[in-house]
Design a protein around this ligand. Structure first.
Ligand code: GAR
Length: 211
């Protein structure tokens, strides 16, 4: 496809969502191409996985920088070098400054393992079980300075089953993430997830996925 959006995926760990995005982008008709994978942790297993897939994978160790904004300046330089259109956070476990987030407003997305606005933050599966919800899932959203607060692009719901452990529930959500994220990125890359006011305009009623 002509005019594919150039995407950098930011990771911190194993990179299973990254792998799902790489797989989707192998299809020449997919509207985005992955031009770089960047990890803030040099030992992230996802970096090896990305290299095995033939991608450019780089580490920018946040511990080597005196401040959050120094780290972000280094990150920004790499994003510019790769001429990136969209930044995709996939298990990137580092808070970003408001200035950095605002400079990528509408061009940076994240996946969160819960049905936002329920359960922002960490340990989402444990908290879903504690709360006794019957539906749990994942959310792809634009990144804004408030943590896990940005306009929602797409969600996938999974059931909470009797006797579920957090690990079992988390694995079910993760399988949903791997389907949802490539679908949501395609929407964004095609310009089909416009932010209107503080929300993403629903195009055709199909932004809930039940994988
Ligand atoms: C995923 O479940 C993702 O939703 C979550 O981290 C995991 C990364 O797994 N992200 C967050 O919790 C962000 N706050 P992966 O490295 O295998 O894609």
């Amino acid at each position: 496809m002509k005019g594919r959006k150039r995407v950098a995926i930011l990771i911190s760990g194993r990179g299973s969502n990254m792998a799902a995005l790489i797989e989707a982008a192998k299809d020449p008709s997919y509207p985005a191409e992955i031009v770089a994978v960047i990890s803030n942790r040099p030992g992230a297993p996802g970096l090896t996985r990305a290299r095995e897939a033939g991608l450019v994978a780089e580490a920018i160790d946040h511990k080597a920088f005196a401040s959050r904004s120094d780290f972000e300046a280094a990150l920004e330089a790499r994003l510019e070098a790769h001429v990136v259109d969209l930044v995709v956070l996939a298990g990137f476990m580092r808070l970003m400054t408001a200035a950095f987030v605002e400079s990528w407003a509408g061009r940076m997305i994240n996946i969160h393992p819960a049905l936002l606005p329920a359960f922002p933050g960490l340990a989402t599966h444990e908290r879903a079980l504690e709360a006794g919800v019957r539906l749990h899932g994942c959310t792809v959203h634009y990144v804004t300075p408030g943590m896990d607060e940005g306009p929602i692009i797409a969600q996938a719901a999974v059931p909470v089953l009797a006797g579920d452990t957090a690990a079992e529930l988390g694995a079910r959500v993760l399988r949903a993430e791997h389907k949802l994220y490539p679908a949501a990125l395609a929407r964004v890359a095609r310009g089909e997830a416009p932010i209107v006011g503080e929300r993403v305009e629903i195009a055709s009623g199909d932004l809930l996925m039940n994988p």
